[in-house]
Design a protein around this ligand. Sequence first.
Ligand code: SAH
Ligand code: SF4
Ligand code: F3S
Length: 433
Amino acid sequence: MNYHIATLGCQMNEYDSGLLARLLESSGCKAAASPESADLIIFNTCSIREKAEETAMARISQFKPLKHKNPNLKVIVVGCMAKNKGREIIKKLPFVDYVIGPDSYKEIPEIILKQKARERVFIDFDEDENYQGEFAKLQTPYSTSITIQRGCNKRCSYCIVPFVRGIEKCKDAIDILAEIQEAVDKGVSEVMLLGQTVNAYKKDGETFASLLEKVSTINGVKRIRFISPHPKHYNDELLDVLLSNSKICHHVHLPLQSGSDAMLKKMRRQYTADQFLSIVEALRSKDPFYAITTDIISGFVGETEEDFEKTLDLVRHTHFDNAFMYIYSARKGTESFKEIESLSEAEKLSRHQELVVIQNEITKQKNEAMYGRIEELLMERPSTKDPDEWVGKTGNFKKVVFKPNTIVRPGDYVTCKINDIRGWTLRGTVVGD
Ligand code: SAH
Ligand code: SF4
Ligand code: F3S
């Protein structure tokens, strides 16, 4: 059976698609060259905002003609929307064969290969399902992500994740280290540890800080990244490791959500703007080039003009290297869904746009500040514009384009001097041989 997996949503979904690929391949399936040549299409979905679900439904419906061409084709919807919408997906898109939630992926090979299932919807939570001992297919031959914590125990009032992913489940350190070791044996040198509140990781006496230290002792691991840490779970032990361990990259994605304490409280984020800023301070006082990116929601329920101004002030003050900026989307089932929205869609959009303009200017300035720096780049791929040029990434997560003077391959490390900045693009020249 030839499979094709399409993935929407966050890195956790990317990782899960890798898990599914490996589960299928160990049952004898092979990756299809294209969706058209697949006998099995798996669509991995996201529910974080209304728009994400609309996109998923539209994209899934594009597979319908393939089903007519190949009546043996099986289409399975998995991921967060599978859990959130369940049978409703089959009602709206009857050509979908199965809907399978994030805790039931191990059922898939049996369902499709043995065709045993009469049931078409498998979305129950399983508090013991951690995919312990299952390793995912690598995302690239040189860099890969590994989920160390599934689900989420927070209850941010706007967020659907705990409802679609269930409670927090941390994997055993021994298993995480084994998965990383296997990836390194295959050539990976950059690993990204994943969890919704990844720095709250705790398992059998292991903390996130101690896990990071252990990961760094694996020979062959050169760069360690993680996403998303929660501001509440920073402590001295963690800051010490982040700032002293040379393998941990100087980039953190630290979601802010809002710069107003009133909003943060209403969002149930469990930190204040000052507490957030003290983490930024601790990182940047040691390394002014420590890159900090963030997530910000504009137009949350009850957000006043003053609340929004506080977010803008914090953004201007912090100089984030980049930000994912979202318009608040009320999600059924969440705490804030029950409240009547105080802002119109147009007002939410206008705040969002104002924020984007300010942050884009800051992003540009942060890029310009990289001018003249000598950076080690991890090679990703040839440039799409000019195949003689390559794109690599700095430790602090900036893309740099340059022309190599020797043959390079993805996964190589090359040292460059950044000496040209064109718009958003940093350009460099090779230093040394
Ligand atoms: N666990 C991470 C966030 C994961 S979701 C954390 O706590 O930071 C990724 C981002 O989506 C969030 O940081 C938030 O900015 C955004 N988001 C989540 N729910 C949203 C909603 N209902 N409307 C708009 N943006 C939302
Ligand atoms: Fe959602 Fe909050 Fe959990 Fe992040 S920490 S996944 S925003 S509930
Ligand atoms: Fe989306 Fe699920 Fe991730 S809702 S953001 S794919 S955990």
